[in-house]
Ligand binder design. Sequence first.
Ligand SMILES: C[S@@+](CC[C@H](N)C(=O)[O-])C[C@H]1O[C@@H](n2cnc3c(N)ncnc32)[C@H](O)[C@@H]1O
Length: 227
Amino acid sequence: MKVNNRYTWETKNIRRAMFDKILIVPGITSNHPKHKEDDKDQLWLERSELHTQSILTDIPYEKDWKVLDVGCGIGRMMATFSDKFKQVDGVDFSESMIEFSKKYLKDYQNCNTYLNNGYDLSELKDNSYDFVYSIITFQHISKDAIDSYIKEIQRVLKDSKYISLQFMKPSTNKLRKGAGPAWSHFIGHDFKTHSDLLELFKDFDVNYQIDNNNQWVWIKGIKNELR
Ligand SMILES: C[S@@+](CC[C@H](N)C(=O)[O-])C[C@H]1O[C@@H](n2cnc3c(N)ncnc32)[C@H](O)[C@@H]1O
């Protein structure tokens, strides 16, 4: 199993995790002293609000759902979803992200995070979630690990329940390789066509939406009942 490099995501400082790893916006979030901490916090809140809408559009969500965030980071989206759902769980393969998540989510009693191995959800039970979402994560993951995650998401999701998973628009991830060697460790599999990406979802009934930013796509839909 080829898994991407976990050490790329490790850092000792939560602010670096937030603004050098999770949300990277040129001109606002680099470590240069001219970038104001208040501006970064404002961006964090604005993006989280925007991303809440992107994840939930067309999902008929209910308060009593148990939901899972794949590649949860420090729990940014889990915190915003805490009052929308009964239980919000997250997995991530970075030790520092999971450590920071315990602090970031300490006042959110219904949120739990787990360290995983980068390709499966073996900590989690079959047929136990109503909704699985993922954002700014699959574009960083190798094809082997993506294949494994989609099978695992199918396993942990209840029948006829929902997914909302974000990928890079096919054939655009490779463009970011032009950004240089430091960035190349972050680049995951580049699907060549929309059909290559949709091929992963044979056990689901999904549709395909292009995000307003025109760089991302969303796979939204339900797990088919086993026949
Ligand atoms: C850009 S951050 C996004 C975090 C979070 N989804 C958010 O939007 O705030 C990507 C996250 O994916 C995690 N990640 C990358 N590859 C992974 C893998 N193979 N398995 C689990 N987590 C992974 C990283 O550790 C990092 O926390």
